[in-house]
Design a protein around this ligand. Structure first.
Ligand code: C2E
Ligand code: CA
Ligand code: CA
Length: 746
């Protein structure tokens, strides 16, 4: 034991830890010779520190105490012939030390270990003691030290990676890409061991059909000098060198170096491209971290990115509308909840595309999808300040804006009108879209449920749809009452077994001159199971609002055409007037409904007069014009109902495919007291006559009104003065009397 030579004192010139070299030999001379040979040696700035063991057993003890022996020079023959090999086997197997480099030495030739031993125990060298000159010894040691250094760096890397793997498990747990990206940056900073400006950029959604739009690559997370770049598209990174480097990296899927740093590619299998940028020269990075670690790190990041991207994608399915890329309704509600009650007034806009159904019928579902996408795109461009823009369903969009107040609403309307001024082009088709908008606002500190506010905006939008007068409306509590009422009425219309009964009344329309029957107007009646009659105008409005009007209309055509064709005693000259709601006109089924009902009743369309409202012509759309042209070609007549209540100027009458007008009851009602009303009637009559349009006065209740209209050369009169709308029995009586009086008049 006393033979053990104490460790050499560390030379002053290096503060680095020495290489520990263990000499195992039962010959004390060998220790001495070796000591002299390596005295003062320095390798890579680190001195040598010799440890000495005189037996294999001694060596084992030292190995247990010292865990960082770089090289052991082991004598093969000591206590016994194989003591050296026994030690070597023990080091590698039992001690499980794979790092210490081992050099075997033997006194006599012929004791050379077999090759398999060298392989098995990872032996670095073998030498006969006689050969070990100073130079040879040092060369052997330095080679072994290099080997040691290499395996140790591999081991450190392995450890780092093991640690990385654990961290990765945690990172990959992150379900949101942003969190994942931040975790990656923290991790790489730790690996590097000092703060470094860096960012991770990539796509925030799975690309469609694997087509990667590189312009969508955004900064997902950033540290240091890039901290304020999070969320920015890579194209908007100020530094040209960095931007180009990142682009090159993503393009070539390989690392791209520039003086500003290095961009490492994230290579995934699903087309999620991305890159990790580090503001550090590539060489320095590899020096600090090791290139294998960098590679493994980046491969792991790519895997995590792919997985997190997928998760995000799945999450997005719930929050991103596939057709438009906008938010979904759920996403919208979530955003709303985050902002409500936060001292900002909010404005919800519920918008839809006027006559979208017609557009779809015209261009097909596929192109309709493109229309929706482009609409969404325009909305996004128009409202970069929106907190959320979502597609609710079909052609309905929701926009959540900060703000409120009248100006704001006018401002929004103007922006939308502006945005949709230009038509949307789909290949060679150009479509001009008209957006309708319903508004609902919530005050700064008001707590309100998102659903509630959206419902209010929808009620306002519904108001726009129904009235068809403007392109927008702001929610008012009265609207809600009206909406509830409509809902109640709609449920009366559809209420199962005890449902409301439909039937028809007919109101005669008389020739103004001669006062014989010219026509009957079919008017819907609704009776509840309990027997009470419901207000027709409100029920029709409810049917329109709930989309049931076409259904009811279809029933009405059948019933009216049949009852009318069965009426005996009316001449072939007498016509049947039916009302058409705008919604009915817009639906494709209208042609078939009318034709089938007419065929079933054996009624020619030339016996019919269709009453439409002015509102129908506001947009001058092809669907309306085609229907009216078709009806007229079949011999039917078309008249404008409630004329004078709309906005249309008289001059536009000229352009419409109609045969006549029905002057609204409100004018007739007031004409005997109100000179303005009379003046209006006179001018309407003058224009209509000039255009060769027939004129009907509705709501004629008094003899004075009747005479005035007769004097004005009006063609037809309708109103309580002659008859209320009648059921078929009463109508038969009316007809009989009328025919009799005609005969009497002779
Ligand atoms: P409208 O087309 O303007 O029908 C005339 C309305 O005025 C009828 O109300 C009728 O009863 C009423 N009226 C007729 N003469 C007089 C009068 O001298 N004085 C007064 N004060 N009122 C008179 P009704 O039957 O309640 O119908 C209301 C509205 O419902 C109709 O207005 C029409 O727009 C709609 N409607 C009725 N049936 C149908 C239908 O089958 N389809 C569609 N789409 N709409 C219908
Ligand atoms: Ca009518
Ligand atoms: Ca009318």
């Amino acid at each position: 034991m006393d033979f053990l030579v104490p460790s050499e004192p560390r030379p002053e010139r290096s503060d680095k830890s020495p290489w520990k070299i263990l000499i195992v030999d039962d010959d004390p001379d060998v220790h001495e010779v070796t000591r002299i040979a390596v005295a003062g040696c320095i390798f890579e700035d680190r001195p040598f520190e010799l440890l000495h063991a005189l037996s294999a057993e001694e060596a084992r003890r030292i190995f247990v105490e010292e865990d960082d022996i770089a090289v052991a020079l082991v004598d093969v023959v000591m206590e016994d012939d194989t003591a050296g090999l026994g030690l070597v086997s023990w080091i590698r197997s039992e001690l499980d030390n794979q790092f210490t480099r081992l050099i075997l030495r033997t006194g006599q030739p012929g004791y050379a270990p077999q090759t398999d031993v060298i392989m098995k125990f990872d032996i670095d060298g073998y030498a006969e003691k006689a050969e070990l000159s100073r130079t040879k010894l040092i060369t052997a040691l330095v080679t072994a030290l290099r080997g040691y250094k290499l395996v140790m760096s591999l081991e450190t890397n392995r450890q780092k990676l093991k640690q990385l793997n654990m961290h990765f498990a945690a990172i990959v747990e992150k379900n949101a890409l942003g969190d994942f990206a931040s975790a990656v940056l923290t991790e790489i900073t730790q690996l590097i061991g000092q703060p470094v400006g860096c960012f991770l950029c990539g796509l925030d959604a799975l690309p469609d059909y694997g087509v990667v739009d590189k312009s969508n690559v955004r900064v997902l997370a950033a540290l240091g000098e890039f901290a304020d770049k999070t969320d920015l598209p890579v194209d908007m990174l100020g530094d040209d060198a960095i931007r180009l480097s990142v682009h090159a990296c993503i393009e070539s899927l390989s690392a791209s170096s520039s003086p500003r740093g290095v961009a490492l590619p994230l290579v995934t299998r699903n087309g999620m491209t991305g890159a990790l940028f580090l503001a550090m020269p590539e060489a320095e990075l590899e020096e600090r971290v090791g290139s294998e670690v960098v590679q493994l790190f980046i491969a792991n990041v790519a895997l995590g990115y792919e997985k997190t991207g997928l998760l995000e994608h799945i999450r997005n399915l719930a929050y991103v509308d596939r057709t438009t890329g906008l938010s979904t309704f759920s996403g919208f509600l979530e955003t709303f909840q985050r902002h409500v009650g936060k001292h900002t007034p909010l404005l919800v806009v519920h918008s839809d595309i006027q006559r979208f159904r017609v557009i779809v019928d015209g261009i097909g579902d596929e192109k309709a999808g493109a229309v929706l996408k482009k609409t969404g795109h325009r909305l996004s461009q128009t409202f970069p300040d929106a907190l959320s823009i979502a597609r609710k369903e079909k052609d309905e969009f929701l926009i959540l804006l900060k703000g409120g107040g009248e100006n704001r609403i006018e401002d929004v309307v103007a922006r939308v009108e502006d945005a949709f001024h230009e038509p949307i082009s789909l290949g060679d088709t150009q479509i001009t879209l008209r957006m309708r908008l319903g508004f609902a606002a919530v005050d700064a500190d008001e707590e309100q449920e998102a659903e509630q506010l959206v419902r209010h905006a929808s009620i306002a939008l519904n108001d726009v749809r129904q009235k068809g007068l403007t392109n927008h409306a702001v929610f008012h509590p009265l609207m809600q009452e009206a909406a509830f009422e409509r809902l109640r009425l709609a449920s009366l219309l559809t209420g199962g077994a005890d449902k409301t009964e439909f039937f028809l009344h007919y109101q005669p329309i008389m020739h103004a001159q001669g006062e014989s029957i010219a026509s009957f107007e079919a008017l819907m009646r609704f009776r509840t199971p309990s027997g009470s009659l419901l207000n027709t105008a409100r029920m029709i409005e409810a049917a329109e609002a709930s989309g049931l009007i076409s259904e009811i209309g279809s029933w009405m055509f059948k019933a009216a055409f049949r009852e009318f064709s069965e009426m005996s005693a009316v001449s072939d000259e007498v016509r049947l007037n039916v009302n058409l709601s705008p919604q009915q006109v817009q639906a494709n089924r209208i042609y078939r409904d009318i034709e089938e009902a007419a065929t079933a009743a054996g009624l020619s369309l030339s016996r019919l007069v269709f009453e439409v409202t002015e509102g129908l012509f506001l947009n001058n759309d092809q669907v309306t014009l085609s229907l009216l042209t078709w009806l007229r070609a079949k011999g039917a007549k078309v008249v404008i109902d409630d004329f004078g209540t709309g906005y249309s100027s008289l001059s536009y009458l000229r352009k419409l495919p109609v045969d006549g007008i029905k002057i609204d009851r409100s004018f007739i009602m007031n004409m005997d007291q109100d000179s303005d009303a009379l003046a209006v009637i006179k001018s309407i009559v003058a224009v209509a006559q000039a255009l060769d349009l027939s004129i009907t006065a509705e709501g004629v209740e008094t003899d004075v009104q009747r005479k005035l209209m007769q004097d004005l050369q009006c063609d037809y009169l309708q109103g309580f003065f002659y008859s209320k709308p009648l059921n078929s029995t009463d109508l038969a009586t009316f007809v009989r009397k009328a025919v009799a009086s005609e005969a009497a008049a002779g």
